[in-house]
Unconditional design. Structure first.
Length: 176
């Protein structure tokens, strides 16, 4: 079943179905403007843009794909995305979730392939079906060990209602 068929097949019944590998990145969904997104990010989160640029210079990423699971399915109560890459490519950009607008704890599930995670300098290899949990403050990154490797990532801020992270295109100023 094609992604469009999944999207068209969604009803008001309160549930949805999709093939993870066919969920597009946010940038391919209707109404997204890359220029507006970059301008907004430069204003609200230049530290994230710098992190992404540095990772792009340091790591292979030619086949890296993002899958906007939360946006595509309309999930509102937690963050969820998927990243896919080939052997040697960056899956998770090095970060610690302590920056402005972040502070998420994250759960990583290897859906396909194998991934080499580095958490606070310690390397750990995960295979299909393995999970890794990291709290804010843990410096983490992941590299694909197989072609392809796909991770499903679920995140949220401990003790807070969900709101999109500062890098998300649907980010909004938190309520006080």
């Amino acid at each position: 079943m094609e992604t469009e068929e999944y999207a068209l097949g969604v009803s008001d019944a309160g549930w949805r179905v999709a093939k993870l590998s066919e969920i597009p990145p946010r940038s391919e969904l209707p109404g997204f403007s890359a220029e507006e997104y970059r301008e907004a990010m430069a204003e609200r989160a230049p530290h994230i843009l710098e992190r992404w640029a540095k990772a792009g210079e340091t790591f292979e990423h030619e086949h890296r794909k993002t899958h906007d699971v939360r946006g595509f399915l309309g999930v509102e109560s937690f963050g969820v995305n998927a990243f896919q890459g080939h052997e040697g490519e960056l899956l998770i950009v090095p970060h610690d979730e302590l920056g402005e607008g972040e502070r998420q704890e994250e759960l990583y599930l290897v859906v396909e392939g194998r991934a080499q995670f580095t958490c606070d300098g310690e390397e750990v290899e995960l295979g299909t079906g393995d999970v890794l949990f990291a709290r804010p403050g843990v410096e983490r990154q992941a590299i694909a060990l197989d072609s392809p490797t796909m991770l499903l990532i679920v995140g949220g801020r401990p003790g807070e209602p969900y709101s999109p992270p500062i890098w998300a295109s649907d980010w909004r100023v938190p309520d006080d």
